[in-house]
Design a protein around this ligand. Structure first.
Ligand code: FES
Ligand SMILES: [Fe+2]
Length: 523
């Protein structure tokens, strides 16, 4: 048997055991039980695919003009006449709510001399009027008015409607596709809906939307949010929840892939450590594998204490200041010593008071596993929001992180996690990208909610914690940002022509590149 024929180690059996222990296993969906790991290899991706502008040009023609793209969400449009531009790789589209339940998407360019029709979102328009010379179209794209029309001899008004691109809708998201011959969105997504039966996206609203510029090619950044392998080094503080690499199950289906990070697997081999003083809150943390303690002493100085008592002091970027220990994990220095959230409770569905109450009730005298207890707490919290289903939800749906990648750039999360990501080049610059994080929160069954309709923009220099509406996730993002521009710099500096992907832990990336190669080609 050659190396390439060796079976890939998967999480399938461990995951089955986990499902068998579920306190609500009769309600586990078929979709969660579906296995589809990829066979091993090919694992090499050309470095030029990230760094060479030639690929950016190819992507514009073969990817961005030819794919179903999640462009916006119904919550972006309060009224008929609201419109949202969607820009990607130098292309621009304008999505318009043309009637109560009808959306149109146009090339965002005037038919006179080409000015973009709208560069920003707009509300309640009754026409699309070009700001240059004033040509105007109705919301359905038909020509409304040409100032000094006498000057366009022979112009046929019927041929001057705004060119449209295809629109598709799924789960209150609005997708566009500039390829008139593309398969329908329904066919493209296939059985994606089967993974969201318990809480379909139709029953979620947009409660946060943050966009950040990052100085790296968009694929570099996207790929950092498609695997759990980097958690070991980059986010070790969350390993206490069991988010170890071996605790993530990966599968690929049709045009999308899935990771299930199980979290809180018992007996995952982590040593039991004494608790740290709680009064320091987020400013002290222990590396759960090696026992190193990182403590913020104030003014951005971080004290690292080894298990044997040796110490070193560092700044938040892990630059050594003094002491016998001279090397530190930059992600943990940033975690304890970097900017902290003003209000870390924001971004959660429910208050910490509710959580404490639920915790007390869940633990009340019962002999429950940590996973079952965590799930029960969540059930009790959700009983305030979605009472009709809260009691039926299996443990796995409440304790795992399930993150999908729908080709090419949309990442909806499953179960009761609110996260949705979207990644794309920053305009026509292939060396920068826009990372967007949206929260899609369960619509309360009493029907009262106020969606977010604007994007909170952060520059490349802004600290993620400025987006306090995302809560503690921003501290995790700051750790990712300590890698991403440097990944891109490294790719430009490397002596190698390829990067290497793991067969299983980077299965989602392999699946994505397989689709990319089919659609974009390799040269
Ligand atoms: S470019 Fe739009 S009206 Fe002239
Ligand atoms: Fe990360």
């Amino acid at each position: 048997m050659s190396a390439l024929e060796k079976p890939v180690r998967t999480m399938d059996e461990a995951f089955e055991r986990l499902l068998d222990e579920d306190t609500h296993k009769e309600n586990i969906s078929d979709a969660l039980r579906r296995n589809n790991p990829m066979p091993p290899g090919p694992t090499l991706v050309p470095v030029a695919r990230y760094t060479d502008r030639r690929y950016h040009e190819l992507e514009r023609e073969k990817l961005w003009k030819k794919s179903w793209l999640m462009a916006c969400h119904e919550d972006d449009f309060e009224h008929v006449g609201d419109c949202v531009p969607y820009d990607v790789a130098g292309l621009s589209f304008l999505i318009v709510r043309s009637e109560e339940d009808e959306y149109k998407a146009f090339y965002n360019a005037c038919l006179h001399r080409g000015r973009k029709l709208r560069e920003d979102r707009a509300k309640g328009l009754d026409e699309l009027r070009c700001p240059f010379h004033g040509w105007a179209w109705n919301l359905d794209g038909s020509l409304k008015q040409i100032p000094c029309a006498y000057d366009y001899q022979g112009l046929n008004r019927d041929e001057e409607s705004l060119p449209e691109v295809q629109v598709g809708r799924w789960g209150r998201f609005i997708f566009i596709n500039a390829d008139p011959d593309a398969e329908s969105l329904e066919d493209f997504l296939g059985d994606l809906s089967s993974h969201f039966e318990l809480l379909p996206y139709e029953r979620r609203y947009k409660s946060a939307h943050v966009a950040k510029i990052i100085k790296a090619n968009w694929k570099v950044v996207q790929e950092a949010f498609m695997e759990s392998y980097h958690v070991l080094m980059t986010h070790p503080q969350i390993l206490t929840g069991g988010a170890h690499d071996i605790c993530t199950k990966y599968d690929a289906f049709g045009n999308y892939s899935r990771a299930i990070r199980c979290g809180a697997l018992e007996g995952n081999g982590l040593p039991p450590w004494e608790p740290l003083p709680s009064e320091k809150g987020m400013e002290i943390v222990r590396h759960p594998l090696n026992g190193d303690v990182y403590e913020h002493l104030g003014d951005g100085v971080v004290l690292l204490t080894k298990k044997d008592g040796r110490t070193g002091k560092f700044d938040v970027d892990a630059k050594h200041i003094e002491g016998e220990i001279t090397d530190a994990n930059p992600h943990l220095c940033n975690w304890v010593g970097g900017l902290q959230l003003n209000n870390p409770g924001q971004g959660r569905i429910l208050s910490s008071d509710t959580k404490r109450k639920a915790q007390a009730e869940a633990g009340g005298g019962k002999n429950m596993s940590a996973r079952a207890m965590g799930a029960e707490m969540q059930r009790q919290m959700l009983a305030d929001v979605v009472p009709s289903i809260a009691d039926t939800i299996p443990d796995i749906e409440l304790t795992a992180s399930v993150f999908f990648t729908v080709f090419p750039n949309w990442h909806p999360w499953g179960c009761f996690n609110q996260i949705n990501y979207r990644f794309r080049p920053n305009g026509d610059n292939h060396e920068e990208c826009i990372m967007e994080c949206m929260y899609l929160t369960p619509i309360p069954e009493d029907g009262e909610y106020e969606p977010v309709r604007e994007i909170h923009w952060l520059t490349a220099e802004d600290d993620y914690t400025e987006a306090s509406e995302l809560g503690q996730l921003t501290k995790i993002f700051n750790q990712d940002l300590r890698n991403l521009p440097y990944v891109y710099d490294g790719l430009k500096a490397t002596a190698r022509e390829h990067v290497r992907l793991a067969d299983y832990n980077e299965l989602k990336l392999r699946h994505w590149h397989e689709m990319y190669e089919k659609q974009v080609g390799d040269s």
